[in-house]
Design a protein around this ligand. Structure first.
Ligand code: PLP
Length: 389
């Protein structure tokens, strides 16, 4: 059976060139980068070269990059680290209702510890209002954390404007850029971002490595205490192979971004148009333009998303509903609810997230198998029978 992967926002395959770049640190160059003898030299060099490459993709300085174990760790470090460092200045944090659980649950924890959290809503396109953000700022606000691009809808937040507002009021600004990194250009030299988390496995590096950008002069309380690694900012012997992989993945992303974005957005248009022509009663969720080039979030009315996914899986097609973390539960997506998508439609929503390996043939196969699956499922739905009469 064909295997077609449309779930790149959940994780990506490791790029062939990335595997090649990381292998030496699992074989002959296995040393500890902190060692002053011969065994430490090549691993140390690999870590610093990777730091240069990550910094180059985002136009910041290498000293502003801390390697982490994941996007989740980066978000926790940024949010808790900043909140603890500034708690004598205030206890108010502003975020949004559409964040990834790595941000939402970190804020929830801080609320238990006495911080006060404001959750901004979004419009039907998934966008926050920058005016509303500015109005939410109080003299006690110490941190604003807004995702760069949403993992479920691909919607890109007005980060430039939001970070400018933060700067104007002297509030620190964090962005979860896990989905945006490598897919759209991010130039930290022109944005007022103080903290930014990324993750390796969302951009063709392996799982278990990530990076946190910390603007020079931003004080953070460390999350992980230990040795003098990462200039005392994050203890623990470095994941050298993973870090080398992340560096390579960032280099490739920078090199191929334009070509890749053109390829993905053409495929996405083909997918959305094809489905709209062949399947009645569907809607595309999220702002039509302010979106990542690879993500399509589609609501199929009168259909249960989870069963639709199982049917697609039987045809060899991998996609997902909601975020990987909430699927499996019958909770409707908190993101789609925030956009005002009705509960029934949010239950029938599927995210197709395209990536490097996908072809027009993959998309055409999806468009071919989808109509009979949806028709069969709808024929069993009492609600749909009512519509047809
Ligand atoms: C995947 C993801 C994360 C978590 O990253 P991990 O490396 O899997 O911990 C955080 N935020 C967003 C938007 C994501 O898509």
């Amino acid at each position: 059976m064909k295997r077609i992967y449309f779930d790149h926002n959940a994780t990506t395959p490791v790029h062939e060139e990335v595997v090649t770049a990381m292998l030496p640190y699992l074989t002959e160059e296995w040393g500890n980068p902190s060692s002053i003898h011969w065994a430490g030299r090549a691993p140390k060099k690999a870590v610093e070269e990777a730091r240069d490459k990550v910094a180059a993709l985002f136009n910041c300085t290498p000293a502003e990059i801390i390697f982490t174990s994941s996007g989740t760790e980066g978000d926790n470090h940024a949010i808790k680290g900043l909140a603890y460092a500034r708690k004598d200045k205030g206890n108010h944090i502003i975020t949004t209702k559409v964040e990834h659980p790595a941000v939402l649950n970190t804020c929830k924890q801080l609320a238990k510890e006495g911080f006060d959290v404001t959750y901004l809503g979004v419009d039907s396109g998934g966008l926050i209002s920058v005016d509303e953000l500015e109005k939410a700022i109080t003299p006690k606000t110490i941190l604003i954390t807004i995702m760069y691009a949403n993992n479920e809808t691909g919607v890109i937040s007005p980060i430039k404007e939001a970070s400018d507002v933060a700067k104007k009021h002297g509030v620190a600004f964090h962005t979860d850029a896990v989905q945006a990194a490598g897919k759209v250009p991010i130039d930290l030299s022109v944005l007022n971002i103080d903290l930014m988390a990324i993750s390796g496995h969302k951009l063709y590096a392996p799982k278990g490595v990530g990076a946190l950008y910390v603007k020079r002069g931003t004080r953070l309380v460390p999350l992980i205490h230990g040795g003098h690694h990462e200039r005392n900012r994050r203890g623990g012997t470095e994941n050298v192979a993973g870090i080398a992989a992340l560096g390579k993945a960032c280099e490739i992303a920078g090199r191929d971004m334009e070509k890749e974005a053109a390829h993905l957005s053409a495929l996405r248009t083909r997918l959305e148009k094809g489905l709209a022509e062949k399947v009645p009663h569907i809607t595309i969720n999220g702002h039509p333009e302010k979106r990542l080039p690879n993500t399509a979030n589609v609501s199929f009315e009168f259909v249960e998303g989870e069963s639709l996914l199982l049917n697609l899986d039987m045809k060899g097609i991998a996609a997902s509903s909601g975020s990987a973390c909430t699927s499996g539960s019958l909770e409707p997506s908190h993101v789609l609810l925030a956009l005002g998508v009705p509960v029934e439609n949010s239950h029938g929503s599927v995210r197709f997230s395209l990536g490097k390996g996908n072809t027009a043939e993959d998309v055409d196969f999806l468009i071919e198998v989808m109509p009979p699956i949806v028709e069969r499922m709808r024929s069993m739905s009492p609600l749909y029978a009512g519509i047809k009469l």
